[in-house]
Design a protein around this ligand. Sequence first.
Ligand code: NAP
Length: 488
Amino acid sequence: MALSEQERDAVESVPKQLYIAGVWRDAGGARTLAVEDPSTEETLCEVADATIEDAMSALDAACAVQTQWALTPPRDRGEILRRAFEEMIERTEELAILMTLEMGKPLPESRAEIAYAAEYLRWYSEEAVRISGEYAVAANGASRMLTLKQPVGPCILITPWNFPMAMGTRKVGPAIAAGCTMVVKPAKQTPLCMLALTEILEHAGLPGGVCNVITSSSSGSVMAPLIADPRTRKLSFTGSTEVGRKLIAQASEKVLRVSMELGGNAPFIVFDDADLDAAVDGALLAKMRNIGEACTSANRFLVHESVASEFAQRLAQRMGEMTVGRGTTEGVTVGPLIDQAAVDKVAELVGDAVDRGAKILTGGAPVGDNGHFFAPTVLVDVAPDARVLAEEIFGPVAPITTFTTEEEAIARANDTEYGLVAYFFTRDLNRAMRVIEGLHTGMVGVNQGMVSNPGAPFGGVKQSGYGREGGREGIDEYLSLKYAAINL
Ligand code: NAP
């Protein structure tokens, strides 16, 4: 399928090379990797495919300027981020088209992600000048205690494909603000957004060597030597729990500081006193944002038995009315999944649930011959042991189960190794406080189906990871605390 002129311009305008020490250059051996449009399965373009030597050069570049960058005035670091924010907002339409082409999400959602991603640049442009410490008189009055925060040092930042711009700015923004240098590696399926962000940072005046970006088809072998390198001080990863576990093991060799933003299995609880209109709207957002391919996606619906049937019918109707198609097409509300493996996994989970007695209210199968599309699906009568309730679906499938008491709802919500986010709907304030306190998650959505906000600390507990991104807390991931005992 031929790209429109606007789509072709968006792809052509992005650099396709590695960015090392402030220079765009080819990968060793001029190796390249193909970037696919998941809605057509056609190649959009080729980008550089870094070798281990390229990755090492990127780390060399980051280490070479770390001391100098840490000494750059915080205001100057902040102004670079501010200019990057402004350029990103100005280029919203072109960047949104690029995102939709490489990742698949509908254009309005890509525009929303560009705004969300840019906001991390603005937020951390403001936080760069608020890095502070403490001064205290020791208890015996004999000495003084000074605590200060300093940049942790060269960082490795690894991002996933599902929010290709926002997961980049959520790491790069605070790292730059804190005075760290970095090597960034985006997912091989969606390198274009990160390359566009790199160019924006270059335009904004970021000195060469501070942010080095490598794209690669062999992430494991290319990143392992960097994680093992004694000059690396920090690893920040967003991706699956499975890969996160491997990286934590690798990082343990050098006792590397890590932040892990991993997978989720979010419960979405609807109590009997909930405003059902609001709950259905919230469910649609929590389930269908990003085609269900979000770590924060509602993965399991727990609905009070007295309202379950009505809730399921209403959600099925709304999901059944959604328009599946290529994300750049006007009116499309559900784009393709990222690849065929994702479609196969979603189909397998639906098949397993049906084998165990679930009924399909809408959807239930892949759509079309080309592209990786799956129909929005609602399942009811889902057996407690169905895999769809335990595994990350990462697709447009809503499995609905019922409960009787508040205690049961909380216990079932917590019955997972994940702990990223939970959502619930109620009009009872006392219950709301009990449930917020009872849920074992890093984030809770109360009467709303989305929690992401650049001003708030995003992150999980249990096997959803540790560390926080966003908010005042996000910059601390890139700062080390030092205490000085001062004898007067
Ligand atoms: P993934 O397969 O874990 O990959 C994430 C990143 O890690 C990609 O850049 C990938 O590169 C790279 N990678 C894979 N294996 C690696 C290795 N051995 N060494 C170094 N890097 C490696 O995850 P994904 O499929 O891209 O993203 C979906 C997952 O991310 C879901 O589980 C989702 O819940 C999670 N996620 C979490 C958050 C959060 O904030 N908690 C946010 C968004 C997504 P290649 O793809 O190029 O191999």
